[in-house]
Design a protein around this ligand. Structure first.
Ligand code: HEM
Length: 225
């Protein structure tokens, strides 16, 4: 990574989002470091160049995200626009407390410690993340009277598991070293030595891990019912 793209934490006036990937891209200066005025075209190109998401995947992700948070496609995004609750942002996140519990804007290091404890032999895969997500859902059910969990949240939760593993683990069968997950989620940066996918990340590629996570979440809900 060139010094131009050295990791730097956000400054006090910089905007960040609830997404570790977009924050990492801003912390490395691939997205504007101030996190402001990002167009769909700009975000699409960054996903293509820096993460090797296919053109179509990048196009769909960016356009749908803009529309879901209520922006027009001619509009610009500040990263903190993504905190809009129950648009894309949802409860039982991997790294942040629920909205009603007052912590959705900051990474909670204790949650990350807990997530990492689900590793198997120092590695995190779809089973580890799905089990941890199930645990988060139980916690939210018990502690958050405003907890909302349904079709959209289950889909987003499964899709984020897939995004993480497909991006960080594209070259390692979608299984990622604990230390790389730690850097990505806690520091919000790309781990040293990590390289983007050699083959473009496509929608079917993302869906294959999405389906596994979704199945595990669904099975658990049936057991609970
Ligand atoms: C247009 C591009 C993207 C947008 C607008 C976006 C937006 C978001 C938002 C709003 C959340 C918060 C969900 C929550 O409340 O938990 C989120 C979470 C997440 N995103 Fe992104 N994202 C994008 C691309 C990506 C990419 C390329 C990755 C690849 C690694 C990624 C990985 C994640 C992960 C792992 C989470 C879960 C974080 C957590 O639960 O604490 N996202 N994203």
């Amino acid at each position: 990574m060139s010094s131009l793209h050295e990791w730097q934490p956000a400054g006090p006036e910089d905007k960040r989002s609830p997404c570790p990937a977009l924050n990492s891209l801003a912390n490395h200066g691939y997205l504007p470091r101030d996190g402001r005025d990002i167009t769909p075209e700009q975000l699409e190109k960054v996903l293509q160049r820096q993460l090797n998401f296919s053109w179509f995947t990048s196009f769909m992700l960016t356009r749908l995200s803009f529309l879901v948070i209520g922006k027009t496609l001619a509009g610009k995004l500040d990263l903190d626009d993504l905190y809009k609750h129950n648009a894309i942002e949802h409860d039982a996140s991997l790294t942040r407390n629920d909205f009603a519990l007052g912590g959705s804007h900051q990474v909670n290091p204790k949650l990350i410690d807990h997530l990492l404890s689900f590793n198997v032999d120092g590695k995190i895969g779809v089973e580890s993340l799905s089990k941890y997500r199930i645990n988060r859902i139980k916690d939210s059910e018990e502690s958050n009277k405003d907890f909302k969990y349904g079709f959209n949240q289950r889909n987003s939760g499964s899709f984020e598991i897939s995004l993480l593993l497909s991006t960080l683990g594209s070259e390692t069968n979608r299984i990622v070293d604990v230390k790389n997950v730690d850097v990505f989620l806690r520091k919000e940066g790309f781990p040293e030595g990590w390289e983007k996918a050699k083959n473009a990340i496509t929608i079917p590629y993302l869906f294959s891990t999405f389906r596994k996570a979704h199945k595990l979440l669904k099975e658990n809900e049936k057991k609970e019912a």
